[in-house]
Design a protein around this ligand. Structure first.
Ligand code: ACM
Length: 238
């Protein structure tokens, strides 16, 4: 792998403001990158009150979010990975879309759903595929997949050199755990998280921890943000 410039984009979405949230996230992507990763559910926000609300905000994998990501990727030469709520017929997935500058795409559907996600989303049915992108081999995970070492291991065994990891982290352990995932699998990871709070269901408050990061196989983060501000954690990796 030759040197790649990558970044995790840390956002603070407003629930339901899909277009504005995506534009705000894309505005944080620094120029000159090979790859930028945006958070999980970065267009919609995280906490859906019920499946009907999710269905209304979800969109197909070739919908308006994909179109906007493709336009940005084409204009900048940056491969983009973004988490979004996917509707495929009657099925609803917590998905991650990779969009290359030539407009081609790759899809991952979150396998390990977290907490109340199980009430509204269907579990991913695509396994853990890997894809050629931006001069390397990329595997996608979404947030809570981090706690199962087999997810990163499976991707690495299939040839992933870089884990693109859209997230909405609430537990504090993931940033350090991803350092270990990279150490044990000799790969890089770009974990993009959000900041802020949602309590759209009384008593189910979620505080998002931020700390978006890039880490590699040498046992330390290469770039890491704080838990408060939006921005980009950027690093050159090889
Ligand atoms: C999570 O999987 N969003 C915690």
């Amino acid at each position: 792998m030759s040197e790649l410039r990558v970044a995790a984009i840390q956002t603070s979405p407003v629930f339901g403001e899909t277009v504005r949230n995506l534009e705000a996230a894309l505005a944080l992507v620094p120029p000159g990158l090979d790859l930028a990763v945006l958070p999980e559910l970065c267009t919609t926000g995280y906490q859906f009150r019920d499946r009907e609300e999710l269905r209304e905000l979800a969109e197909p994998a070739d919908g308006p979010t994909a179109g906007r990501l493709a336009a940005k990727a084409a204009a900048t030469g940056t491969t983009l990975v973004a988490g979004f709520a996917e509707r495929d017929g009657e099925r609803l997935y917590n998905s991650s879309l990779l969009v290359r500058p030539d407009g081609t795409t790759a899809l991952y559907r979150k396998v390990h759903l977290f907490w109340d996600e199980k009430l509204v989303f269907d579990p991913g049915d695509l396994g853990f595929p890997v894809f050629a992108a931006c001069g390397t081999t990329v595997g996608m995970m979404v947030c809570f997949d981090w706690i199962f070492p087999e997810a990163a291991r499976t991707l690495a065994r299939r040839g992933a050199k870089l884990l693109a990891h859209p997230s909405n982290l609430v537990l504090p352990h993931c940033p350090d755990a991803m350092v270990t995932r990279c150490l044990e699998n000799r790969c890089f990871a770009v974990t993009a998280n959000r900041v802020g709070r949602e309590e759209r269901i009384a008593g189910r408050r979620l505080d998002f921890i931020g700390r978006s990061q890039v880490c590699g196989p040498r046992g330390a983060p290469l770039a890491r943000l704080d838990g408060v501000a939006t921005g980009a954690a950027a690093a050159a990796i090889d």
